[in-house]
Write a protein that binds this ligand. Structure first.
Ligand SMILES: CC(C)(COP(=O)(O)OP(=O)(O)OC[C@H]1O[C@@H](n2cnc3c(N)ncnc32)[C@H](O)[C@@H]1OP(=O)(O)O)[C@@H](O)C(=O)NCCC(=O)NCCS
Length: 149
């Protein structure tokens, strides 16, 4: 089954319910920089309008690779009801296209160990050993370079 999602830019608040339910247990739902004008929040919606996937993008230096215009991808999650149907791919593909158009040259993320394979399918590569994020668990640093015109 393929989820017929549409990806669109939204305000931070539209991403908070899914973020709270799936990513932020025990921690504030808001992340520093959510309201920064440069920050992009994307949502994947079903035809019903229901938000079934979210992510956030913001300009941020990468600790592992030198880049002129690096962006961080974070707060990525899809509703368990649609997992494996392409919603996550649709979100990341849209995100990378937007950032390429905006002139970004690198996107990086702290990837949960369980999500490394997902990001690899979207072109990211692991660039760190495993490290622990308190309250969340093991992660790897991952990056993907973007074509610069
Ligand atoms: C990781 C996550 C975002 C994937 O979302 P999804 O909607 O299931 O992703 P898709 O259905 O678009 O999958 C895209 C591809 O990645 C693969 N994939 C999905 N999750 C995967 C995983 N955890 N490990 C390896 N491959 C995975 C799919 O099989 C698919 O492969 P294909 O296109 O070759 O068939 C989702 O499982 C999730 O929200 N997990 C919990 C929160 C989380 O870990 N977020 C990431 C924080 S760093």
């Amino acid at each position: 089954m393929t989820a017929p999602v549409v990806v669109e830019q939204v305000g931070a608040a539209a991403t908070h319910p899914l973020r709270a339910a799936l990513l932020r247990q025990g921690r504030p739902v808001e992340i520093a920089g959510d309201d920064d004008p440069a920050t992009l929040h994307l949502a994947a919606r079903l035809p019903s309008g229901e938000v079934v996937g979210v992510l956030r993008l913001h300009p941020q230096a990468c600790a592992w690779r030198t880049a002129e215009r690096p962006w961080q991808l974070r707060a990525m999650a899809t509703d368990p009801a649609v997992r494996g149907t392409g919603a996550g791919r649709a979100l990341v593909t849209d995100a990378l296209a937007r950032l390429t158009a905006a002139g970004a040259d690198l996107v990086w993320c702290d990837a949960r160990a369980a999500a490394v394979g997902f990001y690899e399918r979207l072109g990211f590569v692991v660039v760190t050993d495993v490290f622990d994020v308190p309250l969340v668990g093991p992660h790897h640093g991952m990056v993907v370079g973007l074509p610069v015109s």
